[in-house]
Design a protein around this ligand. Structure first.
Ligand SMILES: C[C@H](CCC[C@@H](C)[C@H]1CC[C@H]2[C@@H]3[C@H](O)C[C@@H]4C[C@H](O)CC[C@]4(C)[C@H]3C[C@H](O)[C@]12C)C(=O)SCCNC(=O)CCNC(=O)[C@H](O)C(C)(C)COP(=O)(O)OP(=O)(O)OC[C@H]1O[C@@H](n2cnc3c(N)ncnc32)[C@H](O)[C@@H]1OP(=O)(O)O
Length: 408
Protein backbone atom coordinates (compact mmCIF):
# COMPACT_ATOMS: atom_id res chain seq x y z
CA UNK A 1 0.00 0.00 0.00
CA UNK A 2 1.38 3.38 -0.97
CA UNK A 3 0.48 6.66 0.48
CA UNK A 4 2.19 9.89 1.34
CA UNK A 5 4.21 9.82 4.54
CA UNK A 6 2.69 12.34 6.88
CA UNK A 7 4.42 13.69 9.91
CA UNK A 8 3.21 12.10 13.15
CA UNK A 9 4.95 14.82 15.09
CA UNK A 10 2.42 16.63 17.18
CA UNK A 11 3.10 19.84 18.94
CA UNK A 12 3.83 18.18 22.28
CA UNK A 13 3.78 21.57 23.84
CA UNK A 14 0.79 23.83 23.54
CA UNK A 15 1.78 27.47 23.68
CA UNK A 16 -0.37 30.04 25.36
CA UNK A 17 0.58 33.69 25.52
CA UNK A 18 0.05 35.64 28.67
CA UNK A 19 0.93 39.31 29.19
CA UNK A 20 4.39 38.69 30.67
CA UNK A 21 5.59 35.44 29.25
CA UNK A 22 4.88 32.54 26.94
CA UNK A 23 3.87 29.48 28.97
CA UNK A 24 4.67 26.03 27.58
CA UNK A 25 2.25 23.28 28.45
CA UNK A 26 3.00 19.59 28.19
CA UNK A 27 0.14 17.22 27.38
CA UNK A 28 -1.12 15.29 30.40
CA UNK A 29 0.28 11.90 29.32
CA UNK A 30 3.48 13.14 27.66
CA UNK A 31 6.37 10.79 28.40
CA UNK A 32 4.15 7.74 28.86
CA UNK A 33 5.07 4.85 26.58
CA UNK A 34 2.30 2.41 25.71
CA UNK A 35 2.55 -0.92 23.90
CA UNK A 36 -0.89 -1.77 22.48
CA UNK A 37 -1.42 -5.25 21.09
CA UNK A 38 -3.67 -4.90 18.05
CA UNK A 39 -7.31 -5.70 18.76
CA UNK A 40 -10.76 -5.12 17.32
CA UNK A 41 -12.40 -2.00 18.73
CA UNK A 42 -12.29 -1.46 22.53
CA UNK A 43 -8.50 -1.65 23.01
CA UNK A 44 -7.81 0.51 19.95
CA UNK A 45 -10.13 3.16 21.42
CA UNK A 46 -8.33 2.95 24.75
CA UNK A 47 -4.99 3.40 22.96
CA UNK A 48 -6.34 6.36 21.01
CA UNK A 49 -7.47 8.13 24.17
CA UNK A 50 -4.00 7.71 25.66
CA UNK A 51 -2.42 8.92 22.43
CA UNK A 52 -4.72 11.95 22.14
CA UNK A 53 -3.63 13.07 25.59
CA UNK A 54 0.07 12.76 24.77
CA UNK A 55 1.18 9.17 25.36
CA UNK A 56 3.45 7.54 22.77
CA UNK A 57 1.39 4.58 21.68
CA UNK A 58 3.01 1.79 19.70
CA UNK A 59 0.57 -0.68 18.17
CA UNK A 60 1.96 -4.18 17.77
CA UNK A 61 0.47 -5.70 14.62
CA UNK A 62 0.80 -9.17 13.20
CA UNK A 63 3.09 -9.81 10.27
CA UNK A 64 1.75 -10.96 6.90
CA UNK A 65 -1.41 -8.91 7.28
CA UNK A 66 -2.27 -6.44 4.54
CA UNK A 67 -4.68 -4.01 6.18
CA UNK A 68 -5.13 -2.81 9.72
CA UNK A 69 -8.66 -3.12 11.08
CA UNK A 70 -7.90 -0.40 13.64
CA UNK A 71 -10.04 2.63 12.85
CA UNK A 72 -9.04 4.23 16.17
CA UNK A 73 -5.36 4.61 15.33
CA UNK A 74 -4.96 8.37 15.67
CA UNK A 75 -1.42 9.28 16.64
CA UNK A 76 -0.22 5.68 16.99
CA UNK A 77 2.81 4.09 15.38
CA UNK A 78 2.77 0.54 14.09
CA UNK A 79 5.36 -2.18 14.59
CA UNK A 80 4.72 -5.58 12.98
CA UNK A 81 6.04 -8.49 15.07
CA UNK A 82 5.48 -12.21 14.59
CA UNK A 83 4.61 -13.32 18.11
CA UNK A 84 4.49 -16.93 16.99
CA UNK A 85 8.30 -16.88 16.87
CA UNK A 86 10.53 -17.09 19.95
CA UNK A 87 12.47 -14.06 18.75
CA UNK A 88 9.26 -12.08 18.33
CA UNK A 89 8.22 -12.84 21.89
CA UNK A 90 11.69 -11.93 23.18
CA UNK A 91 11.49 -8.67 21.24
CA UNK A 92 8.12 -7.74 22.70
CA UNK A 93 9.45 -8.45 26.19
CA UNK A 94 12.28 -6.02 25.54
CA UNK A 95 9.84 -3.36 24.39
CA UNK A 96 7.76 -3.88 27.53
CA UNK A 97 10.80 -3.51 29.79
CA UNK A 98 11.22 0.02 28.50
CA UNK A 99 7.52 0.92 28.55
CA UNK A 100 4.98 2.16 31.08
CA UNK A 101 1.89 0.35 29.87
CA UNK A 102 1.08 -2.80 27.92
CA UNK A 103 -2.49 -3.11 26.70
CA UNK A 104 -3.70 -6.55 25.63
CA UNK A 105 -7.13 -7.42 24.15
CA UNK A 106 -6.87 -11.17 23.70
CA UNK A 107 -8.88 -14.00 25.10
CA UNK A 108 -7.85 -15.03 28.63
CA UNK A 109 -4.73 -17.19 28.57
CA UNK A 110 -3.41 -16.10 25.15
CA UNK A 111 -0.65 -13.89 26.59
CA UNK A 112 0.39 -16.54 29.13
CA UNK A 113 0.60 -19.13 26.34
CA UNK A 114 3.00 -16.82 24.52
CA UNK A 115 5.12 -16.36 27.67
CA UNK A 116 4.00 -12.74 27.87
CA UNK A 117 1.76 -12.97 30.92
CA UNK A 118 1.84 -10.37 33.69
CA UNK A 119 3.97 -12.59 35.94
CA UNK A 120 6.82 -12.59 33.43
CA UNK A 121 6.52 -8.97 32.32
CA UNK A 122 6.10 -7.46 35.77
CA UNK A 123 9.09 -9.44 36.99
CA UNK A 124 11.21 -7.80 34.31
CA UNK A 125 9.62 -4.37 34.74
CA UNK A 126 7.96 -3.93 38.15
CA UNK A 127 6.75 -0.45 37.14
CA UNK A 128 4.77 -1.83 34.20
CA UNK A 129 1.02 -1.29 34.09
CA UNK A 130 -0.42 -4.41 32.53
CA UNK A 131 -3.88 -3.58 31.17
CA UNK A 132 -6.10 -6.47 30.12
CA UNK A 133 -9.28 -5.69 28.24
CA UNK A 134 -11.67 -8.58 27.74
CA UNK A 135 -15.39 -9.17 27.59
CA UNK A 136 -15.83 -11.28 30.69
CA UNK A 137 -12.70 -10.52 32.73
CA UNK A 138 -9.90 -12.83 33.82
CA UNK A 139 -11.99 -15.13 36.03
CA UNK A 140 -15.43 -16.73 36.07
CA UNK A 141 -16.86 -19.46 33.88
CA UNK A 142 -17.22 -17.22 30.80
CA UNK A 143 -13.64 -15.91 31.04
CA UNK A 144 -12.38 -17.80 28.01
CA UNK A 145 -15.53 -17.49 25.90
CA UNK A 146 -15.56 -15.46 22.70
CA UNK A 147 -18.03 -12.60 22.56
CA UNK A 148 -18.87 -9.15 21.29
CA UNK A 149 -20.45 -6.00 22.62
CA UNK A 150 -24.01 -7.31 22.44
CA UNK A 151 -23.13 -10.37 24.53
CA UNK A 152 -21.36 -8.34 27.22
CA UNK A 153 -24.25 -5.88 27.35
CA UNK A 154 -26.66 -8.78 27.72
CA UNK A 155 -24.75 -10.27 30.66
CA UNK A 156 -24.48 -6.83 32.34
CA UNK A 157 -28.29 -6.70 32.61
CA UNK A 158 -28.44 -3.39 30.74
CA UNK A 159 -29.58 -4.82 27.42
CA UNK A 160 -32.81 -6.04 29.01
CA UNK A 161 -33.72 -2.40 29.71
CA UNK A 162 -32.97 -1.04 26.23
CA UNK A 163 -35.69 -0.86 23.60
CA UNK A 164 -39.12 0.51 22.88
CA UNK A 165 -42.47 -0.56 24.27
CA UNK A 166 -43.49 -4.02 23.07
CA UNK A 167 -40.28 -4.53 21.13
CA UNK A 168 -37.31 -6.85 21.71
CA UNK A 169 -34.16 -5.55 23.46
CA UNK A 170 -32.09 -3.31 21.19
CA UNK A 171 -28.31 -2.78 21.41
CA UNK A 172 -27.48 0.88 20.70
CA UNK A 173 -24.63 0.29 18.21
CA UNK A 174 -21.65 -1.27 19.98
CA UNK A 175 -21.14 1.77 22.19
CA UNK A 176 -21.95 0.69 25.72
CA UNK A 177 -19.78 -2.38 26.30
CA UNK A 178 -17.01 -1.98 23.73
CA UNK A 179 -16.40 1.71 24.21
CA UNK A 180 -17.93 3.08 27.42
CA UNK A 181 -17.54 -0.05 29.53
CA UNK A 182 -14.43 -1.27 27.67
CA UNK A 183 -12.02 1.18 26.09
CA UNK A 184 -12.91 4.20 28.17
CA UNK A 185 -13.07 2.30 31.45
CA UNK A 186 -9.72 0.67 30.72
CA UNK A 187 -8.15 4.06 29.99
CA UNK A 188 -9.43 5.28 33.36
CA UNK A 189 -7.81 2.24 35.00
CA UNK A 190 -4.52 3.00 33.27
CA UNK A 191 -4.53 6.65 34.30
CA UNK A 192 -5.40 5.67 37.90
CA UNK A 193 -2.56 3.13 37.94
CA UNK A 194 -0.14 5.72 36.52
CA UNK A 195 -1.20 8.16 39.22
CA UNK A 196 -0.81 5.56 41.96
CA UNK A 197 2.62 4.59 40.60
CA UNK A 198 3.89 8.10 41.31
CA UNK A 199 3.48 7.22 45.01
CA UNK A 200 4.32 3.51 45.17
CA UNK A 201 6.75 3.27 42.27
CA UNK A 202 4.98 0.02 41.36
CA UNK A 203 2.99 -1.15 38.38
CA UNK A 204 -0.10 -3.37 38.59
CA UNK A 205 -2.49 -5.50 36.57
CA UNK A 206 -5.75 -4.02 35.34
CA UNK A 207 -8.56 -6.51 34.71
CA UNK A 208 -11.14 -4.68 32.58
CA UNK A 209 -14.29 -6.71 31.98
CA UNK A 210 -16.63 -5.10 29.48
CA UNK A 211 -19.58 -6.71 31.28
CA UNK A 212 -18.58 -4.99 34.51
CA UNK A 213 -17.59 -1.76 32.78
CA UNK A 214 -20.97 -1.54 31.05
CA UNK A 215 -22.79 -2.43 34.27
CA UNK A 216 -20.81 0.26 36.12
CA UNK A 217 -21.70 2.84 33.47
CA UNK A 218 -25.28 1.72 34.16
CA UNK A 219 -25.01 2.35 37.92
CA UNK A 220 -27.67 5.05 37.65
CA UNK A 221 -30.14 2.54 36.27
CA UNK A 222 -29.30 0.02 38.96
CA UNK A 223 -29.40 2.42 41.85
CA UNK A 224 -32.42 4.43 40.73
CA UNK A 225 -34.64 1.36 40.76
CA UNK A 226 -35.32 2.08 44.40
CA UNK A 227 -37.08 5.32 43.47
CA UNK A 228 -39.31 3.47 41.00
CA UNK A 229 -37.74 4.89 37.85
CA UNK A 230 -37.81 1.52 36.08
CA UNK A 231 -40.91 -0.11 37.55
CA UNK A 232 -42.74 -0.38 34.22
CA UNK A 233 -41.77 -2.80 31.44
CA UNK A 234 -39.09 -1.82 28.89
CA UNK A 235 -39.97 1.29 26.88
CA UNK A 236 -42.69 2.46 29.27
CA UNK A 237 -40.66 4.46 31.78
CA UNK A 238 -39.62 8.08 32.17
CA UNK A 239 -36.24 7.83 30.43
CA UNK A 240 -36.61 4.89 28.05
CA UNK A 241 -38.95 6.51 25.50
CA UNK A 242 -42.05 5.73 27.56
CA UNK A 243 -42.65 9.38 28.42
CA UNK A 244 -43.84 11.72 25.63
CA UNK A 245 -41.60 14.51 26.91
CA UNK A 246 -38.44 12.34 26.66
CA UNK A 247 -38.47 11.01 23.11
CA UNK A 248 -37.74 11.86 19.48
CA UNK A 249 -40.27 13.13 16.96
CA UNK A 250 -40.22 13.17 13.18
CA UNK A 251 -40.50 16.52 11.43
CA UNK A 252 -42.21 17.32 8.12
CA UNK A 253 -38.93 16.91 6.19
CA UNK A 254 -38.26 13.43 7.55
CA UNK A 255 -35.73 14.59 10.13
CA UNK A 256 -36.11 14.42 13.90
CA UNK A 257 -36.22 16.53 17.05
CA UNK A 258 -35.09 15.31 20.48
CA UNK A 259 -37.27 16.25 23.43
CA UNK A 260 -35.93 16.07 26.99
CA UNK A 261 -38.39 18.34 28.82
CA UNK A 262 -38.55 16.45 32.11
CA UNK A 263 -38.84 19.16 34.72
CA UNK A 264 -42.18 21.07 34.87
CA UNK A 265 -40.59 24.43 33.95
CA UNK A 266 -39.09 22.96 30.77
CA UNK A 267 -42.24 21.01 30.02
CA UNK A 268 -44.25 24.26 30.13
CA UNK A 269 -41.82 25.74 27.59
CA UNK A 270 -42.20 22.67 25.38
CA UNK A 271 -46.00 23.11 25.32
CA UNK A 272 -45.50 26.81 24.56
CA UNK A 273 -43.07 26.08 21.71
CA UNK A 274 -45.48 23.55 20.23
CA UNK A 275 -48.26 26.18 20.51
CA UNK A 276 -50.47 23.79 22.45
CA UNK A 277 -52.95 24.75 25.15
CA UNK A 278 -51.83 23.19 28.46
CA UNK A 279 -55.43 23.36 29.74
CA UNK A 280 -56.58 21.01 27.00
CA UNK A 281 -53.86 18.40 27.61
CA UNK A 282 -53.66 15.58 30.14
CA UNK A 283 -51.34 16.15 33.08
CA UNK A 284 -47.61 15.70 32.28
CA UNK A 285 -47.11 12.91 34.83
CA UNK A 286 -50.34 11.02 34.11
CA UNK A 287 -48.66 7.83 32.92
CA UNK A 288 -51.88 6.33 31.56
CA UNK A 289 -52.27 9.34 29.26
CA UNK A 290 -48.71 9.19 27.92
CA UNK A 291 -49.70 7.37 24.69
CA UNK A 292 -52.31 10.08 23.96
CA UNK A 293 -49.81 12.90 24.64
CA UNK A 294 -47.23 11.15 22.47
CA UNK A 295 -49.77 11.14 19.63
CA UNK A 296 -50.47 14.87 20.05
CA UNK A 297 -46.74 15.73 20.05
CA UNK A 298 -46.18 13.46 17.04
CA UNK A 299 -48.78 15.37 15.02
CA UNK A 300 -47.43 18.76 16.07
CA UNK A 301 -43.81 17.96 15.22
CA UNK A 302 -44.88 16.57 11.85
CA UNK A 303 -46.27 20.01 10.92
CA UNK A 304 -42.93 21.83 10.49
CA UNK A 305 -39.43 21.10 9.25
CA UNK A 306 -36.50 20.42 11.56
CA UNK A 307 -35.05 23.84 10.73
CA UNK A 308 -38.35 25.54 11.66
CA UNK A 309 -38.55 23.74 14.99
CA UNK A 310 -34.89 24.44 15.69
CA UNK A 311 -35.47 28.15 15.18
CA UNK A 312 -38.37 28.05 17.63
CA UNK A 313 -36.67 25.94 20.29
CA UNK A 314 -33.26 27.61 20.05
CA UNK A 315 -34.94 30.62 21.62
CA UNK A 316 -36.77 28.68 24.33
CA UNK A 317 -35.38 26.87 27.39
CA UNK A 318 -37.35 23.70 26.74
CA UNK A 319 -34.61 21.06 26.33
CA UNK A 320 -35.53 20.48 22.69
CA UNK A 321 -32.82 20.08 20.04
CA UNK A 322 -32.52 18.84 16.48
CA UNK A 323 -31.29 15.25 16.01
CA UNK A 324 -28.28 16.05 13.85
CA UNK A 325 -26.95 13.65 11.25
CA UNK A 326 -23.18 13.18 10.97
CA UNK A 327 -23.35 15.50 7.95
CA UNK A 328 -24.95 18.27 9.98
CA UNK A 329 -22.97 17.99 13.19
CA UNK A 330 -19.80 19.96 12.49
CA UNK A 331 -21.64 22.85 10.86
CA UNK A 332 -24.02 23.28 13.79
CA UNK A 333 -23.36 26.68 15.30
CA UNK A 334 -22.63 25.45 18.82
CA UNK A 335 -20.26 22.70 17.68
CA UNK A 336 -18.52 25.14 15.36
CA UNK A 337 -18.05 27.69 18.12
CA UNK A 338 -16.37 25.09 20.31
CA UNK A 339 -14.49 23.44 17.43
CA UNK A 340 -15.87 20.13 18.66
CA UNK A 341 -14.97 18.25 15.48
CA UNK A 342 -11.59 18.04 13.78
CA UNK A 343 -10.39 17.07 10.32
CA UNK A 344 -7.23 15.05 9.75
CA UNK A 345 -4.83 15.48 6.86
CA UNK A 346 -6.94 13.20 4.66
CA UNK A 347 -10.06 15.26 5.35
CA UNK A 348 -11.64 12.68 7.65
CA UNK A 349 -13.83 14.31 10.27
CA UNK A 350 -14.05 13.02 13.83
CA UNK A 351 -14.81 14.22 17.34
CA UNK A 352 -12.01 16.07 19.08
CA UNK A 353 -10.71 14.50 22.29
CA UNK A 354 -12.81 15.14 25.36
CA UNK A 355 -12.71 16.48 28.00
CA UNK A 356 -10.93 19.78 27.44
CA UNK A 357 -8.16 20.38 29.95
CA UNK A 358 -7.53 24.08 30.57
CA UNK A 359 -3.73 24.04 30.91
CA UNK A 360 -2.73 20.81 29.17
CA UNK A 361 -5.29 20.12 26.46
CA UNK A 362 -5.06 17.16 24.09
CA UNK A 363 -3.34 17.84 20.77
CA UNK A 364 -4.67 15.08 18.52
CA UNK A 365 -2.39 13.97 15.73
CA UNK A 366 -3.78 14.98 12.34
CA UNK A 367 -1.61 12.66 10.23
CA UNK A 368 -3.39 9.72 8.63
CA UNK A 369 -3.43 6.34 10.36
CA UNK A 370 -0.31 4.17 10.23
CA UNK A 371 -0.11 1.25 7.84
CA UNK A 372 0.92 -2.08 9.36
CA UNK A 373 4.60 -2.08 10.23
CA UNK A 374 5.13 1.50 9.08
CA UNK A 375 7.27 2.41 12.09
CA UNK A 376 9.01 -0.89 12.83
CA UNK A 377 12.52 0.36 12.12
CA UNK A 378 11.99 3.80 13.65
CA UNK A 379 10.59 2.36 16.88
CA UNK A 380 13.17 -0.40 17.26
CA UNK A 381 15.95 2.16 16.85
CA UNK A 382 14.29 4.30 19.51
CA UNK A 383 14.36 1.28 21.85
CA UNK A 384 18.10 0.87 21.30
CA UNK A 385 18.28 -1.83 18.63
CA UNK A 386 21.12 -1.47 16.14
CA UNK A 387 20.63 -1.45 12.37
CA UNK A 388 22.31 -4.89 12.25
CA UNK A 389 19.84 -6.31 14.85
CA UNK A 390 16.92 -4.90 12.91
CA UNK A 391 18.15 -6.19 9.55
CA UNK A 392 18.57 -9.63 11.05
CA UNK A 393 15.00 -9.63 12.44
CA UNK A 394 13.62 -8.35 9.14
CA UNK A 395 15.44 -11.05 7.21
CA UNK A 396 14.19 -13.76 9.59
CA UNK A 397 10.59 -12.53 9.30
CA UNK A 398 10.41 -11.77 13.02
CA UNK A 399 9.39 -8.23 12.15
CA UNK A 400 8.14 -6.48 9.04
CA UNK A 401 8.47 -2.91 7.93
CA UNK A 402 6.20 -1.31 5.34
CA UNK A 403 7.92 1.63 3.79
CA UNK A 404 5.52 4.46 3.11
CA UNK A 405 6.45 6.28 -0.07
CA UNK A 406 6.88 10.00 0.23
CA UNK A 407 4.70 12.08 -2.09
CA UNK A 408 6.77 13.16 -5.06
C1 LIG B 1 -18.83 -5.60 17.83
C2 LIG B 1 -17.34 -5.36 18.00
C3 LIG B 1 -16.55 -5.83 16.86
C4 LIG B 1 -16.54 -4.84 15.72
C5 LIG B 1 -15.30 -5.04 14.93
C6 LIG B 1 -15.39 -4.53 13.51
C7 LIG B 1 -14.92 -3.12 13.54
C8 LIG B 1 -14.58 -5.46 12.62
C9 LIG B 1 -15.09 -6.91 12.71
C10 LIG B 1 -14.82 -7.53 11.35
C11 LIG B 1 -13.98 -6.52 10.63
C12 LIG B 1 -13.94 -6.60 9.11
C13 LIG B 1 -13.43 -7.98 8.66
O1 LIG B 1 -12.20 -8.33 9.34
C14 LIG B 1 -13.22 -8.05 7.12
C15 LIG B 1 -12.39 -6.91 6.57
C16 LIG B 1 -10.92 -7.09 6.90
C17 LIG B 1 -10.08 -5.99 6.30
O2 LIG B 1 -8.72 -6.22 6.68
C18 LIG B 1 -10.58 -4.64 6.83
C19 LIG B 1 -12.04 -4.43 6.49
C20 LIG B 1 -12.94 -5.55 7.04
C21 LIG B 1 -14.32 -5.32 6.40
C22 LIG B 1 -13.03 -5.48 8.57
C23 LIG B 1 -13.56 -4.12 9.07
C24 LIG B 1 -13.71 -4.06 10.62
O3 LIG B 1 -12.51 -4.11 11.26
C25 LIG B 1 -14.59 -5.20 11.12
C26 LIG B 1 -16.00 -4.95 10.60
C27 LIG B 1 -16.82 -5.95 19.29
O4 LIG B 1 -17.56 -6.35 20.12
S1 LIG B 1 -15.14 -5.96 19.59
C28 LIG B 1 -14.93 -6.77 21.14
C29 LIG B 1 -14.50 -8.15 20.94
N1 LIG B 1 -14.14 -8.81 22.18
C30 LIG B 1 -12.98 -8.59 22.79
O5 LIG B 1 -12.14 -7.85 22.37
C31 LIG B 1 -12.79 -9.36 24.10
C32 LIG B 1 -11.42 -9.96 24.28
N2 LIG B 1 -11.03 -10.72 23.15
C33 LIG B 1 -11.59 -11.86 22.78
O6 LIG B 1 -12.48 -12.43 23.41
C34 LIG B 1 -11.04 -12.50 21.52
O7 LIG B 1 -9.82 -11.87 21.22
C35 LIG B 1 -11.98 -12.37 20.32
C36 LIG B 1 -12.32 -10.90 20.00
C37 LIG B 1 -13.28 -13.12 20.58
C38 LIG B 1 -11.30 -12.96 19.09
O8 LIG B 1 -10.99 -14.30 19.36
P1 LIG B 1 -9.88 -15.08 18.53
O9 LIG B 1 -10.11 -16.52 18.76
O10 LIG B 1 -9.90 -14.61 17.12
O11 LIG B 1 -8.51 -14.53 19.14
P2 LIG B 1 -7.83 -14.79 20.56
O12 LIG B 1 -8.34 -16.03 21.21
O13 LIG B 1 -7.92 -13.55 21.37
O14 LIG B 1 -6.33 -15.06 20.19
C39 LIG B 1 -5.55 -14.18 19.44
C40 LIG B 1 -4.58 -15.04 18.64
O15 LIG B 1 -3.79 -14.19 17.84
C41 LIG B 1 -2.42 -14.46 18.11
N3 LIG B 1 -1.68 -13.22 17.91
C42 LIG B 1 -1.93 -12.03 18.43
N4 LIG B 1 -1.03 -11.13 18.02
C43 LIG B 1 -0.16 -11.78 17.22
C44 LIG B 1 1.01 -11.41 16.49
N5 LIG B 1 1.48 -10.17 16.51
N6 LIG B 1 1.67 -12.36 15.79
C45 LIG B 1 1.19 -13.65 15.77
N7 LIG B 1 0.09 -14.05 16.41
C46 LIG B 1 -0.57 -13.13 17.14
C47 LIG B 1 -2.40 -14.93 19.52
O16 LIG B 1 -1.21 -15.60 19.83
C48 LIG B 1 -3.63 -15.81 19.52
O17 LIG B 1 -3.28 -17.01 18.89
P3 LIG B 1 -3.86 -18.44 19.39
O18 LIG B 1 -5.32 -18.46 19.02
O19 LIG B 1 -3.06 -19.45 18.65
O20 LIG B 1 -3.67 -18.49 20.87
Amino acid sequence: MQRAAASRERKPLAQVSCPRKVILFIMALAGVRVIELAGLAPAPFCGMILSDFGAKVIRVDRTKVATAVDTQARGKRSVAINLKSTEGVALLRKLCVQSDVVLEPYRKGVMEKLGLGPKELLKENPRLIYARLTGYGQSGSYATAAGHDINYLAISGLLSRLGRRGEKPFAPLNLLADFAGGGLTCSLGIVLALLERTKSGKGQIIDTSMVEGAAYVGSFVWKSRRIGLWDNPRGQNLLDSGAPFYDTYQTSDGKYMAVGAIEPQFYRQLIKGLELDAGELPDQMSVNDWPELQQIFTERFASKTQADWSKIFDRIDACVTPVLSFDQVSSHQHNQERASFIKDSSGEESPRPAPVLSRTPAEPCLASDPVIGEHTVEVLKEFGFTSADIDQMLAAGVVECSAVKAKL
